[in-house]
Design a protein around this ligand. Structure first.
Ligand SMILES: [Fe+2]
Ligand SMILES: [Fe+2]
Length: 284
């Protein structure tokens, strides 16, 4: 289905950069670093737990089709995509291990459903289905990243290292948001396949995130506090209401001729590029 709609592509002027910053997270992760809120901190930490396994699968799913790609621009973007996702995996693995050490969480228990799903159900998928799963997960990360980048007051304290880590990841997710999608189109991936994948990816990402969040809040003695859930309802649905805010961008993926760059956020990317060092190893 090399559709006529897919003359749309990543903007020519975008250069996907691989940065390798280092974040000193120990003082942030031992406390409720996200605005002092137990809920928001546990939610964001739970989200971090998904990346090491998820991003490994993203890279492999694209690599399965790399030899079918002849467009030099897309091939260059694919290499940058591998570099960015590999760096994210590494940094989030360190984040997750440090978090569990500092707060007494069991990393094996927290990631068990995701590990088992990848060993069992995911391994039975066809290469096309795995690529569709990546395309769908990349849409979710891209719309969350865009929301984070354009709401500069998302974190009350942007100076924290952990906040900078999330901005770095959001910037790179935005830069490479169409790479897996463009590969999927070029190798004949179907609209139906990617739509179905978004339903599954959204379900499993939310399920894993909420499960981990419950475990961490329980461990911290915060699960049954009214304040925790008032914060949670506000954060997810009211003010800022991140799930409410991403609903329309999420739905746009179901359009027949959807392309990630229908939403051009180059201005936001340019802003955050100036805040994040390019190839630094310096502490942030
Ligand atoms: Fe990533
Ligand atoms: Fe990504």
């Amino acid at each position: 289905m090399r559709s006529m709609h897919y003359s749309k592509r990543t903007p020519e002027k975008l250069d996907i950069e691989v940065r390798r910053p280092h974040f000193d997270l120990s003082s942030d992760l031992k406390e409720d670093w996200f605005d002092g809120s137990a809920f928001k901190t546990a939610f964001e930490n739970a989200f971090s737990l998904l990346f090491p396994i998820g991003e490994k699968a993203f890279i492999e799913s694209v690599r399965n089709f790399e030899d079918q790609i002849s467009d030099p621009k897309l091939l260059k973007e694919i290499k940058a995509f591998y570099g960015q996702e590999a760096a994210h995996r590494k940094v989030h693995q360190q984040y997750n291990e440090m978090l569990c050490d500092l707060r007494g969480y069991d990393l094996v228990h927290l990631t068990k459903p995701q590990v088992e799903r990848h060993q069992n159900r995911y391994s039975l998928l066809t290469p096309y289905q795995r690529l569709a799963a990546t395309v769908a997960a990349e849409h979710l990360t891209a719309i969350l990243a865009d929301d984070l980048m354009k709401n500069k007051d998302h974190f009350a304290d942007q100076g924290k290292s952990v906040a900078k880590l999330w901005y770095w990841h959001a910037l790179e997710e935005s830069e490479h948001k169409a790479v897996a999608f463009d590969v999927y189109i070029q190798v004949g991936g179907t609209i139906k396949g990617r739509r179905k994948a978004l339903i599954f990816a959204t379900f499993f990402i939310l399920k894993d995130t909420f499960r981990s969040m419950f475990i961490m809040l329980k461990n911290d003695g915060q699960l049954w506090k009214i304040r925790t859930w008032m914060d949670g309802i506000n954060f997810l649905f009211l003010k800022p209401g991140i799930l409410r805010r991403i609903l329309i961008p999420w739905l746009k993926f179901f359009k027949k001729d959807f392309h990630p760059w229908d939403h051009n956020n180059l201005d936001s990317i340019d802003y955050w590029k100036r805040q994040i060092p390019q190839k630094s190893t310096a502490n942030l």
